[in-house]
Unconditional design. Structure first.
Length: 63
């Protein structure tokens, strides 16, 4: 069993590399999350071209 646990014995340089990789992955995931959360909703272009419906007073005067 001790032979399998020896894979966790890292030198100082290897520990630094592991920490740098972990921090880089955390930063990338945080940036991706923030971009997804703060994305502006896209408004459909057809919404700007819609006309308002006539009110009750306008329809009575047309008849």
């Amino acid at each position: 069993m001790k032979r399998f646990l020896r894979i966790f014995e890292l030198s100082k340089n290897e520990q630094r590399v592991v920490l740098i990789v972990i921090f880089a992955l955390l930063a990338i995931s945080l940036i991706g999350y923030e971009r997804r959360v703060h994305r502006c909703p896209v408004q459909p272009s057809s919404a700007t071209g819609l006309k308002s419906s006539p009110t009750a007073g306008e329809t009575v005067g047309d008849h």
